[in-house]
Design a protein. Sequence first.
Length: 230
Amino acid sequence: MTGEPESLAATEPLAVRRARHNFDRLIMLSDGVFAIAMTLLALDVRVPAGSEAHLASLWVALKPVLSAYALSFLVISAYWLLHRRSMAVILRVDAIAAVLNLLVLGLVSLLPAGTRLASSGQAMSPGLGLYAGLVIAIGAAMACFWGYAALIGRLVSAEVGRRERWVTFLGVLLSAPLFLLLTIGGHVPPGVVPAVLLVLFVVGWLILQRLSREPPAKPRPVPDAGAAKP
């Protein structure tokens, strides 16, 4: 069955096996890339050369690096949660969906390098602009992946309503530019950006969940049995 772990069972039809294989391998590759990207962020958390071995001085030296680490870890976590949410309702993948997913993973893989570049410069530096563009590009790629699966390719469960499909597409597409505008563009102090971004993500997630709910069906009026009598 699609979505179950890989097995060596040879009793299922070949078409079913291929569909399950493609789906499972895509999920495993995606989780691996997200996990490796998170791990690589920690490799850049190093004590700068020449720092004094005192807690206060170490904190001052590590604060920009830790802030950049927390920001990118939060960004990757948010995109992983969105990816997990999407894959929970996608029943199968085709070639186009696989290519779009690979595009998402390729951009996510660049985040550790983008974090290093952004943290080495000053506020509003070209490196920070490149980092912001990368975060927005990941959101756009993920929106394309979901939009194709939900609105064009018909790869998601029929239980997912049209409202939820469009709300998710627009939410993923617009969240990154809006959040970055409110934090980096709003000149929020770098050390506070991760906390503000976390609050924005939680609020945005709750709004997305609420807007995705289909409105309750209106009860049909019950015909008056007495009115039908002559």
